[in-house]
Design a protein around this ligand. Structure first.
Ligand code: PEP
Ligand code: MG
Length: 388
């Protein structure tokens, strides 16, 4: 723990000994991962791969892929992207030294990937071989009125499977190439924005197929896990089905809050203070879990998932993962981990320890009440027998 010394280091050690839940970090780059590890994160709970494509060279290749009309153009763009992604994942595996690494497949709102400026269009016309007119038409066809509710997350992977195939190949090839005495890690592959069981099973089939192919090509026998993000209300309600087909579930409470309230996560901040001041909401629901709404859905999901697959690992990777009150909720619900931004990791470690202690007290108080109730019943029964 290079960041802490003296009494603070002692406190953090104590908290780590006390807490039940793991604390992972949301990290997309080797630099973020190093910060997370410096704060003693127990792994990466969310690597948002779309963040890996915003650099200039990469975004052009991704746009070329998405806008391609010809299969050959799409393939050429994918070939350009594959080694970049492989290097990204290798860097994460190496930094994390065997701790879990959860990689989320691409989840961009499409409009963030489409070009806007004229110079970007010119460059892309050259790269795709399309005329400016054809390119503009193609971009217009892809514009959405509600990008956050549009062809986002796994919808992109279902309709353009090559993107996820490329990413998954990179995940496994990076594993094979960074082989030491064995694999550096068991990657956890996460499917975003699922709302239908078929989405998860279709993509899982793709992942399993690529895994088999890479294992055969490289002669490496590796393990991996496949899970989904529970971030639509429907996914929460159908969590039993999802659990049956998958190895873990992770709650994406940013989107789950947005969709449960029908409240834009990007715009709500503009009036949230007024809403809290006017006591419409007790708290900003994007900051702290709303127990009577989003939390209820999470409890339903957790019960249904565990009912169908007892012991299935459950995590939370929305911003709430670094909020102490939300962490208490996760402890009470029996989650396995929370994942938060790297700089929130120390707070989350302390909050997890506190939550473990509070939860133990709650359990002890319930046991005590049950014992007292049973004793009362016994003495009532004895009294009744004596009277008879
Ligand atoms: C979420 O929705 O809570 C989440 C973690 O995903 P993102 O913030 O990337 O949409
Ligand atoms: Mg999300």
């Amino acid at each position: 723990q290079p960041e802490f010394s003296g009494a603070l280091a002692e406190l953090m050690d104590w908290a780590d000994g006390m807490r039940r839940m793991k604390v992972r970090a949301n990290a997309d780059t080797a630099q973020d991962a190093r910060v997370a590890l410096g704060f003693a994160a127990d792994g990466i709970g969310l690597a948002r791969t779309e963040h890996m494509f915003f650099e200039k060279g990469r975004i052009t290749a991704m746009r070329r892929m998405i806008l391609a009309e010809k299969e050959s153009d799409r393939r050429a763009a994918l070939e350009q992207l594959l080694p970049m992604q492989r290097a990204d994942f290798m860097a994460l595996y190496r930094v994390m030294q065997g701790s879990p690494v959860t990689i989320r497949l691409l989840d961009p709102p499409l409009h963030e990937f489409l070009p806007h400026a004229d110079d970007e269009l010119g460059e892309l016309a050259e790269a795709t071989g399309l005329t400016m007119r054809a390119l503009r038409r193609r971009i217009d066809d892809m514009q959405e009125f509600n990008p956050m509710l549009g062809k986002r997350g796994c919808r992109l992977g279902v309709t353009i499977p090559e993107i996820y195939e490329m990413q998954v190949r990179a995940i496994f090839e990076a594993l094979a190439q960074s082989w030491a005495d064995g694999p550096l890690v068991v990657p956890e592959i996460m499917i975003p924005l699922v709302s239908a069981r078929r989405e998860a099973t279709m993509i899982r089939r793709t992942i399993d197929g690529v895994a088999m192919a890479v294992a055969a090509e490289t002669g490496r026998d590796f393990a991996y896990k496949v899970g989904v993000m529970v971030e639509t209300p429907r996914a929460a309600l159908r969590a039993g089905d999802l659990a049956e087909d998958l190895d873990f579930l992770s709650f994406g409470t940013n989107d789950l809050t947005q969709m449960t309230y029908g409240l834009s996560r990007d715009d709500a901040g503009r009036f949230m203070r007024d809403y809290v001041n006017l006591e419409v909401f007790a708290e900003d629901p994007f900051h702290s879990l709303d127990l009577e709404g989003v939390g209820e859905l999470m409890v339903i999901a957790t019960d249904r998932a565990r009912d169908r697959k007892p012991g299935i690992p459950l995590g939370l990777c929305g911003e709430h993962g670094g909020d102490p009150a939300s962490i208490r909720f996760c402890e009470a619900a029996g989650f396995d981990y929370v994942s938060c931004s790297p700089f929130r990791v120390p707070i989350a470690r302390l909050a997890c320890a506190q939550a473990t202690i509070l939860q133990r007290r709650v359990r002890e108080a319930a046991d005590e009440a049950a014992r007292a109730g049973a004793a009362l019943e016994r003495s009532g029964a004895a009294g009744a027998a004596g009277a008879a």
